[in-house]
Design a protein around this ligand. Structure first.
Ligand SMILES: Cc1ncc(COP(=O)(O)O)c(C=O)c1O
Ligand SMILES: N[C@@H](CCOP(=O)(O)O)C(=O)O
Length: 517
């Protein structure tokens, strides 16, 4: 009875008071509150609603990823309130939920709860991440949450690109870059910074600032969420390797920005050392709290397809946290019965930063393009990443490699790569059908093109390409492409502007010449 009351309170958009009886159907009949006045203090209202009972009903803790993979009870666990990033033997950690507690509520119930929260302004459920709060960080108080109502990104039917370029009828692009700081990192950062907010309240002085190494998007998200919460942030950026739009984001949000004369992998090494020795908290996806937020994009895709599972999901990979986050979101939905299978996952890497692709190639069986996924661990070696237009994934030594391999093994996944020309052409081609893709999305689109050409993906397969950042953060690469200013690249889909004199005749000549009017 206690649990069903809790769930009914969650379903209700009305403040729950002690005098109100918690009777199932009565609460479900309560009309959902629509938009609230801007002056309405939705955070205060959430506090009054005080769902502290959730902490007793659902719970989560850190456990080593190797135990998760082996599907055995963890040898060691840590509270999410502890500052810990790795297990004692150096294994990555995962956030492990009490699945039995979640499973006390059936799939129809969860679908209904999640669907009821979409598009509301009810704190914190209006966020795409916090609309799945019980599956993300169930124990956190609503008042500790730092959210910009991220998530709920559009799933775009790429009808014309699919039909014209790939003869596909069911191609979709999940626009994770349509977000507060312009990338999917917001989904993870709301979870991590909220937990930091909680730890700082519970243990004053334990965390003085939050820091990350970044190729530009993590730093933008970290600095924005920290600024919203009033928490100091520190970002280590590889000098001259990120776009101007990305660089200016943490600067504007008041972060301490260190532009370091190394690459991302060098910055990552430094931030790991610094966070191991100081009360600066690590915000990179090595910290599995991030992935709890990021996994909601996968659940959202299922929800947007009315709880149908796509055949393929293609994700650009760099530090390789996101591929695991997607796998985890899909897996939780399957394990709790909301859907009945996993999609096949594809990691798309740029050829200039492709350590996982190389391992995949080395694992290949005689049957070309199929790899023995169980060999991936043995075949993997970090590399020195080279410069790429997909600068946010210029990573040669990804910290989440073990998690990524697990996601591929469990989803019968594939790894594909794209050269600079392939990724820029794919982004430009898709832009011609109304998108405005970042180069990383270009990598995923190029991977899709190759998988279609090889008939691995069929014309009618329902396929989702994950667009990870907004194209406006990477306009320089587009300017170079459309100016045909890239050495050794044909830029075959370039559409450069014409310079025309201020003269009607000249304008008419230009129009006749170009579109035959
Ligand atoms: C725009 C963009 N796409 C893709 C990725 C790859 O994500 P992950 O590092 O989780 O593999 C990153 C960051 O690495 C990114 O910033
Ligand atoms: N692309 C990332 C690289 C770091 O990845 P993270 O997910 O481990 O923080 C960035 O934008 O910095």
């Amino acid at each position: 009875m206690q649990q069903s009351c809790n769930m009914q309170r969650l379903l209700s958009e009305q403040p729950s008071t002690s005098s109100r009886m918690c009777v199932g159907r009565q609460v479900e009949r309560t009309p959902r509150r629509g938009r609230q006045l801007a002056s309405h203090d939705i955070r205060r209202e959430a506090l009054e609603r005080a769902p502290e009972h959730l902490a007793d009903t659902f719970s989560a803790q850190f456990a080593p990823i190797t135990d998760v993979k082996a599907k055995r009870p963890p040898k060691e666990t840590y509270s999410l309130d502890e500052v810990v990033y790795k297990a004692s033997n150096g294994d990555l950690l995962d956030v492990v939920h009490d699945m039995d507690a979640l499973a006390q509520f059936d799939a129809a119930h969860w679908r209904k709860v999640f669907d009821a929260r979409v598009g509301t302004t009810s704190w914190p459920y209006g966020s795409g991440v916090w609309s799945k709060k019980e599956w993300v960080l169930p124990g956190i108080s609503d008042d500790d949450i730092v959210s910009m109502f991220e998530g709920n990104s559009n799933l775009f039917w790429a009808e014309r690109f699919g039909r014209q370029t790939l003869s596909m009828s069911d191609l979709w692009v999940k626009q994770c870059g349509n977000s507060h700081t312009g990338s999917f990192k917001d989904l993870g950062m709301t979870a991590l910074v909220s937990q930091v907010n909680r730890i700082r309240r519970l243990k004053p002085g334990s965390i003085s600032a939050v820091g990350c190494a970044s190729t530009g998007d993590t730093s933008a998200a970290l600095s924005a969420y920290c600024a919203a919460a009033g928490i100091p942030s520190i970002v280590f950026l590889p000098a001259d390797k990120i776009s101007m739009a990305q660089l200016v984001q943490p600067i504007a949000n008041g972060a301490l920005v260190l532009s370091i004369d190394t690459d991302f992998d060098g910055c990552m090494k430094l931030i790991r050392q610094v966070t191991a020795e100081t009360p600066i908290y690590l915000a990179n996806s090595m910290n599995s709290l991030r992935l709890e937020g990021q996994k909601t994009a996968a659940i959202e895709i299922l929800q947007q397809f009315d709880w149908q599972v796509p055949d393929w999901v293609i994700i650009p990979g760099g530090n390789l946290g996101n591929i695991y986050a997607f796998y985890k979101g899909f897996k939780m939905a399957r394990d709790l019965g909301l859907v009945d299978k996993l999609p096949r996952l594809v990691v798309a890497q740029t050829a200039n930063a492709n350590p996982l692709y190389r391992a995949y190639q080395r694992s290949q069986t005689k049957d070309a393009h199929e790899a023995r996924l169980s060999d991936l661990e043995d075949k993997y070696e970090p590399i020195k990443a080279k410069t790429t237009f997909a600068s946010a994934i210029q990573i040669g030594d990804p910290v989440s490699i073990d998690r990524a391999i697990m996601a591929l093994q469990e989803s019968n996944g594939i790894v594909e790569e794209a050269t600079e020309e392939e990724l820029m052409d794919a982004a430009a081609r898709a832009d011609r059908t109304g998108m405005f893709n970042c180069p990383h999305t270009g990598v995923a689109l190029a991977a899709l093109i190759k998988l279609r050409q090889r008939q691995v993906i069929s014309p009618s397969d329902r396929t989702v390409v994950v667009s990870t950042a907004h194209g406006l953060k990477f306009t320089n690469s587009k300017v170079d492409y459309h100016s045909k200013a890239i050495p050794d690249m044909a830029c075959q889909f370039a559409n450069p502007p014409f310079s025309v004199k201020n003269d009607l005749g000249a304008v008419m000549d230009a129009l006749r010449g170009q579109i035959g009017i």
